[in-house]
Design a protein around this ligand. Sequence first.
Ligand SMILES: CC(=O)N[C@@H](C)C(=O)N[C@@H](C)C(=O)O
Length: 701
Amino acid sequence: MVLELEDAVDIYRECSTFPSVTSGRICNAQAPGHVRVYTSWSQRDLEKGELVKFGRGHIVQLDIVFPTPATNIASEQWNVESPSGKMRAIVRKGTSKKGEEKQFIEIWTDSRMQQCIDVDSLDVHGKIYENGEFGCLEWSHSETHLLFVAEKKVATSKSYFDRKAMKDLEEGKPDVVLGDEYLYKETWGEQMGSKVQSVLCVFDIEAGAVSVLENIPDDVSPGQAVWCPDDLGIVCVGWSHEPYHLGIIYCPMRKSVLFCPTLGSIDQSVRSPLFSPDQKKLLFLENPVGGPHFRCSELKMIDWSTKGVVTAVPIVHSAKDDEFQGLFNLRLPKRCMASDSQRLILTAQWRSQSALIVVDVETGEVRRMTNDPQFGSWQFLDVNNNLILAVRSSPSRPQHLVMGSLPEAGQEDTIKWTPLDDEQEEVKEIDWKILSIDVPAERRHPQFGDLSYECILLQSKEKSSDGKKRPLIVFPHGGPNSVFTADFALYNACFVRCGFSLLMVNYRGSAGFTQNGIDSLIGRVGDQDVKDCQGAAEKVIEMGLADRDRVLVMGGSHGGFLTCHLIGQYPDFYKAAVARNPVINMTSMFGSTDIPDWTYTQIGLTFDFKSNPDADIYAELYNRSPIRYVDQVKTPLMLAIGAKDQRVPPKQAHEMRKALQARGVQVRALCYSECEHPISEVKSEADCFINMLKWFNEHLP
Ligand SMILES: CC(=O)N[C@@H](C)C(=O)N[C@@H](C)C(=O)O
């Protein structure tokens, strides 16, 4: 037993009070000499079993910061300031007397609520989308209209045996159809709830009326819309429904079109259109369609007067470790350009760190702004009049806000940051470092032989009470094209405080390590990634930082795939394992996941909507899957399963459970009925942590 469970519960309780930022804004209405900052945050409430959402205000006068009390903003779905800063638009959730979910659009001035509209009573569209893959809430420059994305209104379906509905139809009542009650509606997959088909809507504030924009084809779902200069039109992205919807979350490579007046459309995978402050340039991110689900993007720029399109930042295929690794951004922040309309400030995944960078869109030069070894992770929030708001953290320091004034071009790394929070809490016992690992000659990629990879090692600074080295948990990330950066994370901090060392492996193929890194893993999963993880564990043991007989492994999704591969391919090495929603067998995953194309890409094939695997393809999917090694497994395995997971359906984990039960290998399965792919419901997440800790403790020698 590394630690008594009651102590672990206390540690979890304590660490779960650290909040994380969800958005931040330097307000537009500024009194001379003062700046107002507004940020929103979320924090786990273990008692209520829910996330608390709260807003914080700061008034900054030179270097003096006046915080204002935090307020609960649980009911706010959107809260957006108008361009002048004089008004706010809030989309608020509520419940009707019958307990149905409702939405309201509220318009606020500094002193009062000017207007409130019951969205459902207008009956023009379905639910307003939140700030996810499609959503937006945009003030027109004139401050008279709001642009947002909502679910398309559909006719109410009734049974042929419903006499009232039959009568309504005979009387010519619109919006009633018969017999469609059980019609299958294809959604956008994992975590996209009931999103089937979106529409763009405009709320005319003075008229108090909403209209749906009509000129978007029916075979796309529009989103991420912005107003054109002088409100002369709208630019938005439209995601193709193709023959059927493919899951969209974590997949910024789905076929999409930029709808842009006078320009026509650009057919690639595009996202995040954004006008420069001078309204002369339109910027957006672009990728090829399909292939690895997350890859290096290009930053594109349209000169709004000539409509000429140029590449401002190209794909980075290869780079030295200290050089820019490419843009791996899901989305551009809403406001990220300096007043010169030439410099863009972004968060960049830069190997195992996330850094702030400045992109000069005219020269294409990219400069790193942050490189302080204390903070492995920076996240850009907003820029206004060249004041930058950001949040920074490290594995031992929870997130805290900082503000700085953007220096002149070329000097950005000299920026002086003012912390907005006095107490910058630190989890003192956590020590962390980034290890770079060279790939031995026999394991180098035939085409990308110069690639190395990295790990983040988290250890306790305190000596263990029994004098032994701390047990080591090997922890590969999912994706496979995602990445671990050196930021604060609840589970990681708790594991270290509970007496474990953690080795977070950014194997070759991780995001933030150039496009060659991504390409290197295509067709090599189950081998290159597995050996990189094992190589990292061996390296840490060789460095004397862990004992060979006390190594554990855990991971989720593709990280669960790697966990199960590792216990299959190295059956005597790991003492216990935990896998969250692991990919176990890609042959059965193909027909059941919301992203069947993912399985094809992993084995190096190009997916086509008509793809129908033949026996050879099924054989390759099987041969690259962990189930292939199940006869060799001896390590006790605990499975954490999200019952509502559409990405890696629960049956994947059960396939492994049954195979191990049949072979007499210890296996335990936890099923979280409310969870999708991440186990992130507050109560489930807490339960899963304690169970993991127990499982590891029980199986350590
Ligand atoms: C693209 C994708 O969702 N892949 C999954 C198999 C996966 O590994 N997901 C990651 C993001 C996770 O950690 O859940």
